[in-house]
Ligand binder design. Structure first.
Ligand code: F6R
Length: 608
């Protein structure tokens, strides 16, 4: 979704901010803009369209300034056109604001300002912030920002420039992520570390209600009550290479191919191979609470919700601990039976998903223990939860989540193993699971070696208009995930179903134009899945099967088979999803789709 980047220092801020905006493109956006201060004058350029187009405009203008803020906007209030793009500038031109988030009470504020003679020039909620700061200004920018923010209900990450104090960027955060980057005689503000990583790895995470003031000589952070506070400086653990494509045509493909390493990283230091167990330091103090809870919930959205479904099944099957999975967006409104004896696991790659954050807040308001399973270190969800487990997948730039999913499931497997051993799983079974986890990176590599073949299969089906994905048990969420991957990047309609449910409706759709992807590993439901395949073939459906290596029988039935190594139920979903990620990727490429930035989608969904 929207992205913010700002710079103040001794270098020309324009190329730095533009490069930062380029790095934020992956979050999804429809318009962009930049404001600079030059000789106490505010220059603003903004467009509906891509950062490259903005860049071309600026190249003609030859702007140079030591202070600038920029923005990529994903439209919420008002069309994605030029007037609604950010920065939003106050009526008198003294204030420019870039804003991520949503101001819920913008309409009454707007009306009040209009009644006092203020003219608005956009449809955005964000312009209200510029207006409030401008009208509150009485000689001190940060005081005016504080005053304006005290009137606002909603979520914001903002950066503000003023012609009245041209050597300063003021930034603030409530509910939308914002970091300050510290360089040598230069300072940055950004909504995402990717925007500034080329310049500094030292960052401060602002907390809700805090304000940052950046000048070329230093920075200060203030609390909501205007008290100066000293904030911890964090060193970002990954390098620039992690957010670059590194020779791959798309970030998504790079991230699919990173999975042998990211799965390994999710387990690193956590497996206890001698004991057939796992150690999870982040939640060590909460393991008893999880074990003895009256209710255990997983909550998440999208792909992370699919990981949650697998977590639920593993909890029940192996640790004999009941759990429930709820869409974060539904959890909050369905008045769940949550109290202080409940544990809620929030699963999120970005750690910024607004619905998931809201679900955590709802659970916490009833006294529940909220734990996080997140990728982004220092993210809002990581900070809102009592404790948690990082999945250590590294930055995920492709909008379609791939490596985060397999790392989430890996971490859920470790958690299940830990709980199951406490619930009486034998050491022998624990050892078997540890062994199968250790094999995963190599097995994933083996599947990835079939990428060229999968690309050829994708060519055959790239023109299909609908796909069905079928699986059973832990492979049902994998089917859902395969369908989601395909629909979001190729715009082909796809649905996932438990295989046996096919007969209860979806079978009506099957004809020679309908590809059906079956997950058919050699497990206890194998024979039943074979019957389902027969049923599809009998109706002339075309069948692609993900099957266990060496299964010859299935090759006679299917149009195409993609083999995966034999695996325990514990690790099967991690392996089985890889061919589906590749299939979706190659179908989208074949159709000429923008794989890394699919239409209408945003990498982190920070609005409810
Ligand atoms: C799908 C995808 C989305 C996210 C969802 C939750 O490929 O990326 O469905 O999984 O928006 O995002 P996080 O995990 O960041 O909370």
């Amino acid at each position: 979704m929207c992205g913010i980047v700002g710079y103040i220092g001794k270098r020309n801020a324009v190329p730095i901010v533009m490069e930062g905006l380029k790095r934020l493109e992956y979050r999804g956006y429809d318009s962009c803009g930049i404001a600079v201060l030059h000789d106490n004058q505010m220059d603003v350029e903004k467009i509906a369209g891509k950062v490259d187009d903005l860049q071309s405009r600026l190249a003609q203008a030859h702007w140079a300034s030591e202070i600038a803020i920029g923005h990529t906007r994903w439209a919420t209030h008002g069309e994605p056109d030029q007037k609604n793009a950010h920065p939003q500038v106050s009526m008198s031109g003294d204030i420019a604001v870039v804003h991520n988030g949503i101001i819920e009470n913008f309409l009454p504020l707007k009306r009040e300002l209009q009644n006092n003679g203020y003219n608005f020039s956009s449809d955005t909620d964000s312009e209200v912030i510029a207006a409030l700061i401008s009208t509150a200004y009485a000689g001190n920018l940060e005081a005016a920002v504080q005053e304006a923010l005290s009137r606002i209900i909603g979520a914001y990450g903002i950066a503000v420039l003023s012609t009245r104090e041209p050597g300063k960027i003021v930034c603030a955060r409530y509910g939308a992520p914002l970091i300050m980057g510290l360089g040598k005689e230069e300072f940055f503000v950004a909504s995402d570390v990717a925007a500034i990583l080329a310049h500094t790895k030292d960052v401060i995470y602002l907390d809700n209600g805090e304000i940052g003031i950046l000048t070329a000589d230093g920075y200060e952070t203030l609390t909501r009550k205007n008290e100066s506070i000293s904030k911890e400086v964090h060193r970002v653990s990954f390098d620039l290479a992690a957010i670059e494509r590194g020779g791959f045509e798309h970030f998504m493909l790079k991230e699919i191919f990173e999975q042998p390493q990211t799965i390994y990283d999710a387990m690193r230091g956590r497996l206890l191979p001698q004991d057939g167990n796992a150690r999870l330091g982040g939640i060590a103090d909460d393991i008893g609470t999880i074990l003895h809870a009256d209710q255990r919930y997983f909550t998440a959205c999208g792909t992370s919700w699919h990981a949650a479904l697998i977590g639920e099944m593993m909890f029940e099957q192996f640790a004999h601990l009941p759990a429930e999975v709820e869409y974060a967006s539904e959890f909050r409104y369905r008045e769940p039976l949550v109290d202080k004896r409940s544990v809620i696991f929030a699963i999120s790659q970005s750690g910024e998903t607004a619905d998931t954050l809201a679900a955590i807040q709802e659970a916490k308001s009833h006294g529940a223990t909220a734990l996080g399973i997140c990728n982004v270190v220092g993210s809002s969800i990581a900070r809102e939860t009592k404790a948690g487990i990082y999945i250590h997948a590294g930055p995920e730039i492709g909008v379609a989540s791939t490596k985060a999913f397999t790392s989430q499931v890996t971490v859920l497997t470790l958690l299940t193993l830990r709980l199951a051993r406490m619930m009486g799983m034998s050491e022998e079974q624990g050892l078997e699971i540890v062994e199968s986890l250790q094999k995963l990176p190599e097995q994933v590599e083996w599947i990835l070696n079939q990428a060229d073949r999968i690309a050829k299969i994708a060519q055959v089906y790239a023109k299909a208009r609908n796909f069905l994905y079928l699986g059973r048990g832990v492979n049902f969420p994998v089917a859902l995930e395969g369908a989601l991957k395909l629909k979001e990047i190729s715009y082909i309609h796809a649905e996932g179903y438990p295989a046996a449910e096919m007969k209860h409706g979806p079978i009506a759709l099957i004809d020679e134009d309908m590809p059906v992807v079956f997950l058919a590993p050699k497990d206890k439901t194998y024979d039943k899945i074979l019957s389902n395949i027969q049923e599809v073939k009998a109706r002339k459906g075309r069948v692609i099967v993900v099957a266990t290596e060496g299964d010859k029988e299935i090759a006679d039935l299917a149009d195409h088979v993609i083999y995966v190594p034999a695996a325990l139920a514990f690790t099967a979903p991690i392996l089985n999803v890889i061919p589906l990620q590749l299939l979706a990727y190659y179908v989208a490429v074949e159709r000429g789709c923008n794989v890394d930035q699919p239409r209408n989608l945003a990498k982190s969904v920070t609005v409810e």
